[in-house]
Design a binder for this molecule. Structure first.
Ligand code: SF4
Length: 417
């Protein structure tokens, strides 16, 4: 059966590494030309692999990173041209590019708009100079405004802005000023992320050595609840833990596809792919998913026979990734075939992140009891989905429920496993 297909292109280059970031990227731009050739090759490998189970053309395309806006317009054009040739893209496809202030000017934004990119995700993080400095961002407050006005002049109407809060020592007033500034801009989409200290990052090292104190959990909860209240009051739908859209037309179609467990392919170093109905055996054989030492663990016959939902992730090292795609081989580092229990768990976890929620009919009886108990005891954690067409057994998390999402998911996982 045909399924809508999305494509994610990971662009693993940044001008400078931010000390809180654990996304894979490097700062050596000399690798970019080889990367562009490699990513085009990988796109063609994948397009040959798609069959009636995962059907082109694409309904969303997302260039993320890293900092995709370090690509020149010509390099971005080459990648997009390859995508169009290899898959095709439906006429009203959402085509997003992450851009960072300080890496783009008006001419660049106009250039990528002309390539067909119709949505921007702008990594501002803050308008506050002290916050930008603490986060070691390369841009200034003025460059955020320049990027926004350049985007509007270039004809972008679907614009999302990323903001970060709950920094150590951040006051409610500082965050409120960021929110007020963003609201005054009347942007279609806002993503508001709490700073988290990810293992392996410089900030995490500072935390371990006692040189950085994270925002305490109660304050994080206060920040989260306040953000949700303020933005909903201003007319934004809080449609996912960290995401707010001015109206339904501006919800991220690409990310919603992830949360709904749709099929997506990821190309570029470290990118992930997910194919809910498994891969075609014939095509997998053609490309030899498993044929050499150090390649994907598990045998090709296993993948073909089980043909269940497949999640795979690419090799991270750019040169190793490049060697694989240049040789016409999938650059997988590893993959897993999800069991029915894992599938169910993912459905619940992802559903609870969003305002779509989950239908508890058909779930493990113990999970139904747990959710009924949470909903029935007036905890304010769950409420029945009020949308037309949803069953009375369809639940979503309330705002206060979202503040304990991780704990709820842990409790559910314990019931499943
Ligand atoms: S620019 Fe973005 S991807 Fe690059 S290091 Fe900073 S946060 Fe990470």
């Amino acid at each position: 059966m045909c399924q809508p297909l999305s494509l994610y292109i990971h662009v693993p280059f940044c001008k400078r590494k931010c000390p809180y970031c654990d996304f894979f990227s490097v700062t050596d731009p000399s690798l970019i030309p080889a990367y562009v050739a490699g990513v085009c090759k990988e796109i063609r490998i994948w397009s040959d692999m798609t069959t009636d189970r995962v059907q082109a053309p694409l309904h969303t395309l997302y260039l993320g990173g890293g900092t995709p806006s370090v690509l020149s317009v010509a390099q971005a054009a080459r990648i997009l041209e390859t995508v169009h040739q290899a898959f095709g893209v439906i006429p009203d496809a959402e085509i997003t590019m992450e851009v960072n202030p300080g890496t783009v000017d008006a001419a660049y934004l106009s250039g990528i708009r002309q390539l067909g990119i119709n949505r921007l995700s702008i990594g501002a993080q803050s308008f506050d100079p002290a916050k930008l400095s603490f986060l070691s961002r390369i841009h200034t407050r003025d460059q955020v405004f320049e990027t926004l006005s350049g985007a509007a002049r270039a004809g972008f109407s679907n614009i999302g802005l990323d903001l970060m809060y709950a920094l150590p020592q951040e006051t409610a007033d500082v965050w409120q000023t960021d929110l007020d500034t963003a609201l005054a801009l009347q942007l279609p989409h806002l993503s508001c992320y709490m700073l988290t200290l990810e293992p392996g990052t410089p900030f995490y090292g500072q935390y371990q050595s006692g040189h950085l104190s994270p925002c305490d959990p109660d304050r994080r909860t206060d920040f989260f609840v306040h953000t949700s209240r303020v933005l909903e009051h201003a007319g934004y739908a809080h449609y996912e833990v960290s995401n707010f859209a001015r109206n339904s037309a501006f919800r991220s179609v690409h990310n919603t596809h992830y949360w709904e467990r749709g099929a997506y392919l990821g190309v570029g170093p470290s990118a992930h792919s997910f194919v809910p109905d498994g891969l075609s055996g014939t095509v997998a054989q053609k490309y030899g998913v498993k044929s050499g030492p150090g390649d994907v663990p598990g045998s090709l016959p296993d993948i073909v026979k089980k043909s269940g939902p497949v999640r795979a992730w690419n090799k991270t090292d750019i040169q190793v990734w490049l060697d694989h795609v240049t040789a016409g081989r999938l650059p997988w580092a590893d993959h897993e075939i999800l069991s029915p229990a894992q599938e169910k768990m993912e459905q619940i976890m992802l559903g609870l992140r969003t305002d779509m929620g989950v239908d508890i009919n058909g779930l493990h009886p113990e999970i139904q009891v747990l959710m009924d108990r949470l909903a029935g005891q007036g905890s304010g954690v769950f409420f029945n989905h009020s949308r037309e067409g949803f069953s009375a057994r369809h639940f979503r998390l309330t705002r206060s429920g979202l503040t304990c999402l991780d704990g709820i998911v842990d409790a559910i996982i314990r019931k499943i496993t």
